[in-house]
Design a protein around this ligand. Structure first.
Ligand SMILES: [Zn+2]
Length: 419
């Protein structure tokens, strides 16, 4: 089974906005103006072309050659060459998708509908395309890495993040999606068939490697996890210096599950008291960690007296397992406190995967498909609250996108021609 996206050959295709097809048609007759317009567009979106490592990119671009794309009803595509390092860039006008016959306006509607929750079958029917074409479209965007696209938007690599896996299914087999989220963006969405620490280390390692390539001095300060063993172990292996915290909201939701064979009002009362404990601890600055240790001990004793020694012992063991992670969250004010944002991202991805059930076959391009979904999650201007209405996740986190058009942004940012 293919866990990683197919290695694509070095692709230096860029998408350029020519406003409309007629303008593009006119420009084809004037090479000088064409090159000037392409350069002006690149300048306006604030990205730089990917020349050879040795080239400073200061050389002139010349029109290299052109070829007619028969599949696209005869649209002429220009290629530009750097006069210094000789690399060739393929310039796709905004109304053409790379290697695809589908028109961008059709793709835009279909992707918007699937992101909005419509089944892939319905999206395909209303847009007059095949479900498989929609699946392949998402995969095509997933060939570019998440770290690459997010850093192109000017987002700094996350020094604190949330990490957890999500269960899914491929036919009847259980599969796992190791995920890294920071705020409203997904930095990593992997795919493994095993829940082992080795499998997770390999998946999260892809994120760590690309991040370190982008910024050799990259260090992670803290990770919030939900103490799933393999996730914890893979984080310790990959980011030895990082603090590992446990979600404080889960602390509250897990307590009732630790209390068995007791009357519901007793369980409810203990839950309320536990809630108060956290509220008080979080209000105390400075001595928070010390205060928590003492209060947890008292609380476990209190459980033993009110709910029996068996429950008391279970809660005490649970505290032993978790308290280091809770201390880590309290000790560093910059640590994320809850994993809510990761849960929300997982829910969004889960709905898409459920809809894509028919495409989950062992020979599918799972990794590319998931990455494509993650790009949509990061770049589609959908946020549930009015505060960020009309913004995409990247913008909410302080990044900038090349244009006001989300689909054009997706085309530009997932292209291979930019540094
Ligand atoms: Zn060059």
């Amino acid at each position: 089974m293919r866990n990683t996206a197919r290695q694509t050959r070095e692709n230096r295709t860029i998408t350029v906005d020519f406003q409309n097809e007629a303008t593009y048609g006119q420009l084809l007759g004037d090479g000088k103006v064409f090159v000037e317009l392409v350069l002006a567009f690149i300048l306006s979106i604030g990205l730089q072309l990917k020349h050879k490592a040795t080239c400073r990119g200061s050389g002139c671009l010349t029109r290299h050659s052109h070829y007619v794309r028969v599949r696209l009803g005869g649209v002429t595509i220009w290629r530009l060459q750097c006069t210094t390092c000789r690399v060739v860039f393929t310039v796709l006008p905004h109304f053409v998708l790379r290697y695809r016959r589908m028109r961008p306006d059709v793709a835009r509607d279909a992707l918007l509908a699937t992101h909005g929750g419509l089944s892939v079958e319905l999206c395909a029917v209303i847009c007059h395309i095949s479900p498989m074409a929609l699946y392949r479209l998402v995969c095509s965007f997933g060939h570019q890495g998440l770290v690459t696209v997010l850093t192109r938007c000017g987002l700094p690599l996350p020094t604190y993040f949330l990490a957890d896996k999500k269960h899914s299914r491929c036919l009847t087999a259980k599969v796992y999606l190791p995920t890294v989220v920071s705020g409203r963006v997904i930095w990593h969405l992997g795919y493994t068939e095993e829940a082992s620490a080795a499998a997770f280390t390999q998946s999260y390692g892809e994120f760590q490697r690309t991040a370190s390539q982008q910024e050799p001095s990259y260090r992670i300060r803290g990770v919030l996890i939900d103490s799933f063993d393999s996730t914890t172990r893979s984080m310790r292996t990959l980011f030895p210096g990082a603090c590992l915290g446990n979600c404080l909201r889960h602390a509250l939701t897990q307590l009732p599950k630790k209390l068995v064979a007791i009357a519901s009002p007793v369980r409810q009362a203990l839950r309320t008291q536990f809630h108060t404990l956290w509220y008080r601890v979080r209000q105390q600055k400075g001595l928070r960690v010390f205060a928590l240790g003492q209060r947890l001990r008292h609380f476990a004793d209190h459980v033993a007296t009110t709910a029996g020694t068996a429950n008391g012992a279970r809660v005490r063991r649970w505290f032993q397992d978790k308290k280091a992670g809770w201390y880590a969250v309290l000790a560093d004010p910059q640590m994320p406190v809850t994993s809510t944002l990761l849960d929300q991202a997982h829910n969004v991805i889960d709905r898409k995967l459920f809809m894509m059930k028919g495409f989950h076959h062992p020979k599918g391009s799972q990794q590319a498909f998931l990455r494509g979904l993650a790009h949509l999650y990061n770049l589609m201007p959908y946020q549930r609250r009015a505060q960020h209405a009309g913004q995409c996740g990247v913008e909410v986190e302080g990044g900038t996108v090349p244009t006001r058009d989300w689909f054009l942004n997706l085309q530009i940012l997932t292209s291979g021609g930019f540094r």
